[in-house]
Ligand binder design. Structure first.
Ligand code: ADP
Ligand code: MG
Length: 390
């Protein structure tokens, strides 16, 4: 991400908050997203706040700090962790590195040295993932300010379009209470995110495979729980694990979301490589779409990785496309027309790109899919895009 490094600072009991804050670098490259007292509260904040770097400050040897470092590294191995320690800490250094931290700094330090250490930790992690040669597949989070704008329609048609082009695609239904990806794709909810979350144990490709329904196009789907009261078992921590696993075994991961920025949606945005905002052509929806983009920018999301789909874009409602650009501040990437065949296709459980593949709506979804397909120079066959890790 080209933006500042979003850094969360977790303070263990006994750390001098003021002294620490005075040492933190003031630099456009580092954005301190929070300085949280207590490591348990820090863990909770970490779940809810998009963070590129975690700093754990402790007064000396601290099992709590080791526990937090270990949890944070297991949860997101690509996110660097730096530990600050105020006092002498025999045996602690080794434990800190065993827990997976990237660096340990003894305090006090000059802000300059802290800035250098934080930069180095981030550079090392990024270098490490580049060096392993594992291309992490794109994950596209489909967002929309309210219900009924066409998020599920877009997610399913995008997923099936990519599958039709020969890609391995997984779509995750994050509308945990009222998800309808299964219905829209005509898939029976035999096993859902709920059963997967309840199953416990570690996630690997083989296990995950057993919970993915398969659409005739080849697209795979992780269906939402069938009952609203089952949504609670799906935690943000679990979702991050699911996404990481899906991204190693699929070329694209598409996440269909409920309206609004719930903690699950924020965690998904944070894990994603791209977002696709779906708005409709009415002034309320446009205003909310603009708010959605503003929220993403506040979260530090790279604007180049955001797309806008304008659904029902031909409605004669007295709003021109120029109005859209002046309200939202960006041009829609794809316009999807209203089409009577769309509700029919939803009812039949057959996406419009399959049921009416030559319609303008189907073409619009294929053009959306094309925006995410990057030619891979190492392949000269039909299939394009990111390659699966073997
Ligand atoms: N372009 C369109 N033309 C006709 N009907 C549409 C169109 N977009 C959405 N709909 C209708 O609106 C319903 C809601 O869309 P959906 O994708 O489920 O919204 P969301 O997921 O944002 O709540 C769909 O089932 C479909 O019947
Ligand atoms: Mg929906």
């Amino acid at each position: 991400m080209s933006q500042a490094i979003r850094t969360l600072v977790a303070l263990d009991e006994g750390v001098d908050r003021e002294a620490l804050q005075a040492m933190l670098p003031v630099d456009p490259e580092i954005q301190i997203v929070g300085v949280v007292d207590g490591l348990e509260d820090s863990w909770t904040t970490l779940q809810e706040t998009p963070t590129d770097l975690l700093v754990v400050a402790c007064p000396g040897y601290s099992d709590r700090a080791l526990f937090l470092v270990d949890g944070a590294v297991k949860q997101r191995p690509e996110r660097p962790v730096v530990v600050f320690c105020e006092g002498s800490a025999n045996g602690f250094v080794q434990r800190v590195f065993e827990a997976g931290a990237d660096d340990l700094l003894m305090l006090p330090q000059e802000s300059e040295s802290i800035l250098f250490a934080l930069r180095k930790a981030v550079a090392r992690r990024h270098g490490a993932s580049a060096a392993t040669g594992v291309a992490v597949s794109p994950m596209i989070c489909v967002l929309g300010p309210k219900g009924g704008t066409g998020k599920t329609l877009t997610s399913c048609n995008l997923a099936v379009s990519l599958a039709q082009s020969g890609h391995r695609v997984a779509v995750v239904d994050l509308d945990l209470q009222f998800g309808d990806v299964g219905l829209a794709l005509g898939l029976a909810p035999e096993r859902t995110l709920y059963e997967l979350a309840k199953s416990g144990g570690s996630l690997d490709d083989e296990k995950l495979d057993g919970y993915l329904a398969t659409h005739p196009s080849g697209a795979r789907a992780l269906i939402a729980p069938t009952r609203p009261d089952h949504a609670g078992v799906v935690t943000t921590e679990f979702l991050r694990e699911v996404y990481a696993a899906l991204r190693t075994s699929h070329e694209y991961v598409i996440v269909d979301t409920p309206p609004g920025f719930t903690p699950e949606v924020i965690a998904s945005i944070d894990s994603s490589s791209h977002v696709c905002m779906v708005g409709m052509l009415d002034s309320l929806s446009l205003k909310n779409t603009k708010l959605g983009f503003e929220t993403l920018e506040l979260m530090g999301y790279d604007p180049d990785r955001m797309r806008l789909v304008l659904n029902r874009a031909d409605s004669r409602v007295g709003i021109t496309h120029d109005d859209v650009v002046s309200i939202i501040g960006r041009k829609p990437d794809v316009l999807v027309p209203s089409d009577r065949d769309i509700p029919r296709s939803v009812n039949q459980g057959t996406p419009i790109v399959v049921s009416k593949s030559r319609s303008d709506a189907a073409k619009a979804f294929r053009s959306l899919a094309a925006l995410y397909q990057v030619p891979d120079p190492s392949r000269n066959g039909r299939r394009r895009g990111w390659r699966r890790k073997r």
